[in-house]
Design a binder for this molecule. Structure first.
Ligand code: ATP
Length: 232
């Protein structure tokens, strides 16, 4: 049976079986993340030291509590040590962010995501052994730079050298089966999927023929995918 945040967990067992996440720090980033988790059906325990923020999220998260996350006893009382997944979304107060994250590490929470506001902040997390260090401002800035300079409708960097771009089909792929466009062998990019009015997104294959008005997802090394995106 799936255990819920709404019922108290058995001691010594972890809560993640219930698809629950603890989000610590409910600023703009933490709140947006927590609400998105809720809308996807994940239960969220939100923790923030600011009473006004806690009040404003009351009833919108499974549970939202005012507490200082640098206080080990307070976290234990909230059963934070029993979660499998935690996000530390405290930014400006770097000391609180690091203290909180090291407490979660001491609790041996298996999956911790910690938000870094600078490279130095992120390096400390990496030295602590945090598996998932996130840099929302830096990553969003880079993403928008790619959108601003190219013709892509959306840009997702998979790694430092590989990306997926959402774009309109160009003359190289319009009206011919993708297998005959030779874009992979000639230009190093692949059409992964496409969207057509009325049918929604579908995976592309060698026989797919794209039409005007479609939208496609193209993957490839960043420079090649962007160069492809510039072609008309
Ligand atoms: P954002 O950009 O997401 O709005 P930020 O990077 O400016 O956030 P802060 O405002 O410093 O980050 O922190 C986010 C939230 O974390 C705030 O709502 C703050 O009240 C909360 N917070 C800071 N320190 C603690 C703490 N020790 N315990 C619990 N919550 C904390």
């Amino acid at each position: 049976m799936v255990r819920s945040l709404l019922t108290s967990p058995k001691r010594g067992s972890r809560i993640a079986e219930a698809d629950s996440v603890v989000v610590i720090g409910l600023g703009r980033f933490g709140t947006s993340l927590a609400l998105e988790l809720m809308s996807a059906g994940t239960e969220v325990l939100g923790i923030d030291s600011d009473e006004e923020i806690v009040q404003s999220l009351n009833g919108r998260l499974t549970q939202v509590v005012r507490s200082d996350s640098t206080n080990e006893e307070a976290l234990r009382q909230l059963a934070v040590h029993e979660f499998d997944r935690a996000v530390v979304a405290i930014g400006t107060d770097i000391q609180a962010s690091i203290l909180t994250t090291s407490l979660l590490m001491r609790f041996e929470i298996p999956a911790i995501w910690a938000k870094a506001v600078s490279d130095a902040h992120g390096q400390i997390f990496e030295q602590l052994g945090v598996q998932h260090v996130i840099y929302p401002e830096k990553d969003m800035g880079r993403r928008v730079a790619h959108l601003v300079r190219g013709a892509a409708l959306d840009y997702i960097e998979i790694d430092r050298d590989f990306a997926i771009l959402k774009m309109s089909p160009n003359s190289l792929v319009l009206g011919v089966p993708l297998g005959e466009s030779h874009i992979r062998s000639r230009l190093g990019v692949t059409v992964l999927a496409y969207k057509r009015e009325g049918t929604g997104w579908k995976n592309a294959d060698l026989s797919t023929v794209l039409h005007e008005g479609d939208t496609m997802l193209v993957s490839g090394p960043i420079a090649k995918a962007e160069a492809f995106g510039q072609l008309r």
